[in-house]
Design a protein around this ligand. Structure first.
Ligand code: SAM
Length: 279
């Protein structure tokens, strides 16, 4: 059997790739969950018709959302990941031996279970003794924690459905309260090719909760438009001064995308994107 998986980005753009097998199809309380085998990208996790990850290029996204903030923070010990039920971000965070605990707050248990079954190379560290998986809404979870985390990574779906509330100013203010002094938040902040108003709203909401923020980009070819962004924010401007290269070198051997030079150049975003988010 070979047919095409199609993700409708908008009314004028579709992303599609040939598949030869559907490995799982389910409907949780929150979304449709599907795993297919594609000819070009290998196994692919799809939520509500949107590509979440593929076994071929997931490392780009997971290395960028985790090692950049982890190498800028002065001494990261406690990390919270909101979303990220596939386990890829937790896997990268745990490469940092100084991290004592990483908590994953994922709303949909089906995503965790399916990822463990079909993407063991991504979800395998969710059973690490330094990791703890909490199934629940990240909005509720963060509201119950103050001054608790050194780093919070918001590895969410898009701002629709269960993910919508993870892009509001109120949510980012809760994140700010949940961070310890000198804490850093990093979040997936959508594609630089998306509409200005959409991107600006996310940046304004982050800026409404944090004095200092910087966006950075990277290529995720299986995502809409093939280019993605993340935004790192903090109350402490000095955090952006220089990455801890020694900490990066301790984890860099196994990395497949991020380099030492990129730790600083990732923030040198192209003018078209800077213009869109200049808030
Ligand atoms: N990490 C993947 C990647 O490579 O980009 C994709 C992101 S991960 C699959 C997004 C997760 O966010 C989903 O599993 C979804 O269930 C979860 N999520 C969405 N809204 C949430 C919420 N309010 N609280 C906790 N998790 C949420």
């Amino acid at each position: 059997m070979s047919e095409w998986f199609v993700e409708e980005d908008n009314k004028e753009i579709r992303f599609s790739c040939k598949i030869d097998e559907t490995l799982f199809e389910g409907k949780s309380d929150y979304q449709d969950v599907k795993v297919v085998n594609t000819l070009a990208y290998g196994k692919m996790l799809i939520l509500d018709g949107c590509v979440m990850l593929t076994e071929t290029d997931e490392f780009v996204y997971h290395e960028l959302i985790s090692h950049v903030p982890l190498c800028y923070h002065k001494n990261p010990k406690n990390v919270l990941v909101i979303g990220g039920g596939d386990g890829g971000t937790v896997r990268e965070v745990l490469k940092h031996k100084e991290v004592e605990k990483v908590i994953l707050c994922e709303i949909d248990k089906m995503v965790v279970d399916v990822s463990k079954k079909f993407f063991p190379e991504v979800a395998g560290e969710l059973d690490n003794k330094r990791a703890e998986v909490f199934i629940g809404d990240g909005i509720d979870y963060i509201a119950k924690h103050e001054n608790a985390f050194d780093i919070i990574l918001v590895d969410s779906t898009d701002p629709v459905g269960p993910g919508e509330g993870l892009f509001t100013k109120d949510f980012y203010k809760s994140v700010s309260r949940a961070l310890k002094p000198g804490g850093i938040v990093a979040l997936q902040s959508e594609s630089p090719w998306f509409k200005k108003a959409f991107l600006e709203r996310i940046q304004n909401n982050v800026g409404g909760a944090f004095q200092h923020k910087k966006a950075y980009i990277g290529p995720v070819t299986s995502y809409p438009r093939g280019l993605w962004s993340w935004t790192m924010a903090s109350h402490d401007a000095t955090l952006f001064d220089a990455p801890n290269l020694q900490r990066f070198r301790a984890v860099s051997k196994g990395l497949k995308y991020l380099t030492e030079g990129m730790l600083t150049t990732v923030f040198d975003i192209p003018p078209f994107f800077k213009e869109k988010i200049k808030s």
